[in-house]
Design a protein around this ligand. Structure first.
Ligand SMILES: Cc1cc2nc3c(=O)[nH]c(=O)nc-3n(C[C@H](O)[C@H](O)[C@H](O)COP(=O)(O)OP(=O)(O)OC[C@H]3O[C@@H](n4cnc5c(N)ncnc54)[C@H](O)[C@@H]3O)c2cc1C
Ligand SMILES: *[C@@H]1O[C@H](CO)[C@@H](O)[C@H](O)[C@H]1NC(C)=O
Ligand SMILES: *[C@@H]1O[C@H](CO)[C@@H](O)[C@H](O)[C@H]1NC(C)=O
Ligand SMILES: *[C@@H]1O[C@H](CO)[C@@H](O)[C@H](O)[C@H]1NC(C)=O
Length: 531
């Protein structure tokens, strides 16, 4: 079991290994599977305001809504997190994006703007390239693994470019030197092997290897760290980034875009009485809007409105914290990030840049997923991010940094806030991006399938299921989805900030597409058998 554990890394892998370990404990496993088969419902109402959402830069957007809902819209986007924002921006920047007269995009958000995972996360823009390359190689072969890793890696530059181009300084988007701190030698040796193999296929990725002594000197850790890998990653204040994107879009497209917060979508049906050309009736708490396209940017909650996705995409409760470092903690001015790799789990830590007065920035520490009573399995299928915290997980994220940095930690540290958030797992570990087959939605527009000549005029779409790594999936996947909805996937588009140039298939890995064949075999129960 030790060998099994040490061969696994990544937040996501920790969940996989949790599932595998507990498969024998069939009660717990079956409970999780049972939860995965049930509807997540709509997100619970906002509770405590997490760190990232306090003093919002655009207070008028927090509860944004129109006096009354529009009657029709070309596109209804459900969800106002990073995926919804990327989709809307991509669509609106391609004009005109369809044939409808209204040319209108409406965004429905159950709660306050961007108050889901994007507003509650770690903001770590990080791929562990050696780890994902090994995992994708097993599932899809080396060449496809290269395409998938490159797609994830290019998020760092894309997000930084958008911030530069749109002057979003408040998002603190930045490159960092990231360090993976290994607490167990077997895992470190396996990682070094993975790095060597990866370098053959991804020569542009630079990874430095540090032994125990070097790690202590260079990174200030103590002898509990047996080795370190360092490479490039990034960090961002995701809520501020997304709120700034929405603000920019509303200013530039005031008559085309409306955002309706505190407006949960309760159901979607095919309209019999609605206006011609607008086949979907989107029923919300404030009334019905008829649309041509419905876009599911609801991440963990997607299967509430798409019942065919139950068992394919499931939520899990994750924990995040803000902490003051001890006085001895090395001050890297926000330019370093960390992951602690232990027992198959990956904690993730960034540090805010220093305050204007020069004081060390807060540490943002999340993870500890496998530290719950049932090694994370009891967190799968939970959807309440206002609910109670898991005490053992909190003990881990509160204690891990002082334990490995002591004595370079010191007095004066404090745990400022801890909050939960909901991540989304999929049965084959990749996100779902693209048109949703009507067999999963159960809503088939007459004439759409059989010889329809304008399938571009209607449809339901999805961009969700990031396995807790949305910062390195959701922006470009959402951008790709906007291009698909606009019917421009085979056009050579120019490269602009945050959007690669060329035809879509030149940069979007096809493994992400939500084909019926893929979805059918992406059951959550496979997470355990994938090992
Ligand atoms: C604690 C935590 C830490 C994380 N840390 C990191 C990290 O460091 N790096 C990283 O890459 N990723 C991290 N993630 C994952 C990352 O935050 C997510 O993958 C990403 O933000 C998801 O974006 P999204 O737009 O798809 O979903 P969300 O931001 O969750 O947005 C979906 C929105 O849909 C709304 N919604 C749902 N159902 C309905 C409905 N029926 N009607 C109307 N609205 C609805 C929700 O209210 C929500 O606002 C973390 C996640 C958590 C929870
Ligand atoms: C948003 O609405 C809630 C509930 O009415 C309120 O408590 C909160 O102060 C509002 N926030 C802003 C920034 O307007
Ligand atoms: C590392 O920290 C632990 C406590 O967390 C301590 O027992 C140990 O002595 C430290 N090692 C060094 C080299 O300081
Ligand atoms: C296909 O195109 C024709 C002519 O443009 C049009 O009359 C017909 O309604 C279209 N069919 C569908 C299913 O949209």
């Amino acid at each position: 079991m030790g060998a099994l554990l040490s061969s696994l890394r990544a937040t996501y892998q920790s969940i996989v290994s949790a599932l595998a370990l507990l498969q024998d404990l069939s009660t717990e496993f079956n409970r999780a599977l049972h939860r995965a088969s049930e509807s997540p419902g709509v997100p619970t109402p906002n509770s405590e305001v997490p760190y990232w959402l306090s003093s919002p830069p655009f207070p008028e957007l927090v509860n944004a809504s129109s006096p009354s809902l529009c009657e029709v819209a070309d596109v209804a986007i459900i969800g106002s997190g990073i995926a919804g924002a990327a989709i809307a921006r991509s669509l609106l920047h391609i004009e005109p994006f369809g044939t409808g007269a209204a040319n209108k995009v409406v965004v429905f958000e159950a709660r306050q703007l961007c108050s889901g995972a994007t507003g509650r996360n770690g903001g770590h823009i990080k791929v562990a390239p050696y780890e994902v390359f090994a995992r994708y190689s097993n599932a899809y072969g080396k060449e496809r693994a290269v395409a998938l890793v490159r797609f994830q890696l290019r998020h760092l530059q894309a997000l930084i470019d958008v911030c530069r181009h749109e002057k979003i300084d408040i998002a603190e988007a930045r490159e960092v030197e990231t360090v993976d701190l290994f607490l167990d030698g077997g895992a470190f040796d396996k990682a070094i092997d993975d790095v060597k193999e990866m370098k053959k296929w991804l020569p542009e990725v630079e990874i430095n290897i540090w032994d125990k002594d070097q790690a202590q000197q260079k990174f200030g850790v103590n002898s509990s760290v047996v080795g370190v890998l360092s490479y490039q990653a990034g960090a961002i204040w995701a809520y501020r980034f997304v709120a700034s994107i929405w603000d920019g879009l509303l200013k530039r497209f005031p008559s085309q875009l409306s955002i309706e917060t505190n407006t949960p979508v309760e159901s979607i049906s095919l309209s019999k009485s609605g206006p011609i050309g607008f086949p979907y009736a989107v029923r919300t708490s404030r009334g019905i809007v008829y649309t041509r396209h419905v876009v599911h940017a609801t991440n963990a909650f997607a299967s509430y409105l798409v019942p065919g996705l139950r068992d394919k995409i499931v939520g899990a409760k994750a924990h995040m914290s803000s902490q003051r470092p001890g006085q001895q903690f090395p001050d890297l001015a926000g330019a370093r990030s960390w992951s602690v790799v232990c027992g198959g789990a990956f904690d993730y830590v960034t540090q805010r840049p220093p305050s204007s007065g020069g004081a060390q920035g807060d540490l943002m520490i999340g993870g500890g997923f496998m530290r719950s009573l049932k090694q994370g399995i009891d967190q799968v299928g939970l959807y309440d991010d206002g609910g109670s915290l898991d005490a053992l997980t909190v003990a881990h994220i509160a204690g891990i940094f002082p334990s490995i940095f002591s004595p370079k930690w010191g007095e004066g540290a404090s745990l400022k806030q801890v909050w939960p958030g909901i991540i989304a797992l999929t049965g084959d570990s990749l996100p779902f991006v693209g048109r949703l087959d009507t067999r999963f939605t159960g809503r088939k527009v007459q004439g759409l399938e059989e010889g329809a000549n304008d399938t571009n005029s209607y449809g339901e779409w999805i961009a969700a299921g990031w396995s807790g790594e949305g910062m390195v999936w959701a922006w470009l996947a959402g951008t790709a989805l906007g291009i698909m909805i606009a019917g421009k996937e085979s056009e050579e588009l120019a490269e602009v900030a945050g959007r690669p140039g060329g035809t879509l298939d030149s940069w979007l890995p096809k493994e992400l597409l939500a084909s019926a064949k893929r979805l059918r075999s992406a059951d959550i129960s496979r997470l355990a058998s994938q090992l």
